[in-house]
Design a binder for this molecule. Structure first.
Ligand code: TYD
Ligand code: MG
Length: 468
């Protein structure tokens, strides 16, 4: 009888360890190592006897452009790079409860209405629950093929058939299981095997396979990290559950731009698309509030204005607090250090709180100057001049560096009624090589972070700024 051996597999990066430990040395994640029977991960030798040699061809053939299917959810289509590609696999990841099932049910219903055959297979909800949700979304009358199933063999039997669905949605990949594996659903071995089989069917039948995967912020649940390498596109659905805004972000896309975002709002009747996200992210912004700066950012290919808020408060603690929501905390530490060293603004005895309003996560270094402006404004208790947008990257020497797409940022600000901009030096051609288009904004180019403080010296004379 074969000896049953086990091994320890990191559920985040799939590294195999010889023994259990609390932290995976490879990816640095905690509590991700799980004991599994090792029948699935043993590399077996491959014999080349009987193999058909692959046929080679040249690079210069005309690529076959397969027509894309538009879901009718414009934001979703845009993030996919212009619609769904037949024969591809798409992973939609996100926190549990963020709205993945809602989004995909809406997309499925719209596609079905347009005459596309869509299969929606749920391993999480019973048919009645899905029907209830569809009724709530006002989509009960759409011809989506519904199933509640978790056995991958049955699902494959249904999908790997002539005239099967053109679009298949598997909600979620963590609930699916292959009987021939001992490990529980949701483990790396199961997730990988099920996904592999589904993707194979997608390629063979020209089905667009949409896999739903739960990921927590800590990345503790198995799956999506392993899946990212297997699928053609990875979209993450993000947002704070307490907040109604949701962002769909492409982090990988073989068929389009990455970092493209779509913005949705969760309402009583499902997700609605937000056509002008800038308006939404600066909706709560009030001029004449200290500690607030509007950052003119770029997400994917679209400009987006977001409000950055800072609070600076004296602290009795020996080690002051630095709390950040929506931005990188080490980047905040860097900016505080530059403000101190290059500009003499010492926050060593102050707690600092930084928040990107609206639940957005900003990743661009171009937000540095806006963060600095919010911090300086909070510290001096003076608001920035009204109707001002800010962008620019800060270097360790205290210099403000130019960033890409300055024109697009300024144009968006102009469109939304802003009047002033604090920017890095423009017009030198910059990285993008484009000369600057004329703008109606009153642009102040800030070469050194120190110069930012001059903007505040004028602020107290409210008289000449009371235009807003
Ligand atoms: P869901 O799509 O089930 O999340 P996921 O599949 O990512 O786990 O979303 C569930 C949440 O969305 C739940 O908290 C209720 C909320 N919701 C609405 O606010 N409005 C709606 O119309 C629907 C269907 C859900
Ligand atoms: Mg769900």
């Amino acid at each position: 009888m074969a000896r049953v051996t086990t091994q320890f597999v990191c559920q985040s990066c799939a590294t195999v360890h010889r023994k259990w430990s609390g932290k995976c040395d490879t990816c640095g994640e905690w509590n991700t190592i799980v004991e599994e029977s090792d029948d699935t991960n043993v590399p077996r030798g491959v014999s080349k006897a009987g193999g058909k040699p692959v046929a080679f061809t040249s690079l210069d053939g005309a690529p076959e452009e397969s027509p894309r299917r538009l879901t009718g959810l414009a934001e979703f289509d845009q993030v996919c790079g212009g619609g769904l590609v037949p024969g591809s696999a798409l992973l939609v990841g996100g926190d549990p409860g963020i709205g993945k099932s809602t989004l995909l049910l809406q997309a499925a219903a719209l596609l079905a209405r347009a005459g596309v055959t869509v299969a929606y297979i749920s391993g999480e909800e019973a048919i009645d629950q899905i029907r209830l949700r569809a009724a709530r979304l006002g989509l009960a009358d759409t011809p989506v093929d519904l199933a509640s199933a978790t056995n991958i063999r049955d699902i494959l039997a249904a999908l790997d058939a002539p005239n099967s669905a053109e679009i298949a949605i598997i909600d979620s990949i963590q609930t699916m299981y292959a009987e021939n594996l001992d490990s529980a659903p949701g483990t790396v071995a199961q997730v990988r095997t099920c996904a592999q089989e589904l993707i194979r069917v997608a390629k063979r039948r020209g089905v667009t396979m949409i896999l739903v995967g739960h990921v927590t912020k800590e990345g503790a649940i198995a799956g999506p990290r392993v899946l990212e390498h297997m699928v053609d596109a990875v979209l993450y659905f993000e947002g704070e559950r307490e907040n109604q805004f949701r962002l769909l972000r492409a982090v990988k896309n073989r068929f389009g731009a990455t970092n493209e975002i779509g913005v949705f709002e969760m309402t009583d009747t499902g997700l609605t698309e937000v056509e002008n996200p800038s308006e939404l992210f600066i909706a709560g912004h009030r001029d004449a509030t200290s500690g607030s700066a509007v950052f003119a950012g770029i997400e994917g290919t679209r400009p987006l204005l977001v409000e950055i808020q800072a609070l600076v408060a004296p602290t009795p603690l020996g080690t002051p607090r630095r709390a950040v929501v929506g931005w990188d905390s080490s980047r905040l530490a860097m900016i505080i250090a530059v403000l101190q060293t290059r500009c003499g603004m010492n926050l060593g005895a102050h707690d600092v709180y930084l928040n990107v309003a609206g639940g957005l996560r900003v990743g661009e270094p171009a937000a540095d100057l806006a963060v600095a402006a919010a911090l300086v404004s909070a510290h001096l208790e003076q608001p920035l001049p009204p109707r001002t947008v800010v962008f620019g990257e800060i270097g360790l020497g205290g210099e403000v560096r130019s960033v890409g797409q300055a024109d697009a940022r300024l144009r968006e600000a102009e469109k939304l009624g802003f009047e002033r901009a604090l920017t890095p030096p423009l017009g030198t051609g910059g990285k993008s090589g484009s000369s600057r288009a004329p703008t109606r904004l009153d642009v102040s180019e800030i070469a050194r972070l120190r110069d930012l403080f001059n903007r505040f010296n004028v602020a107290p004379q409210r008289g000449n700024l009371a235009t807003a």
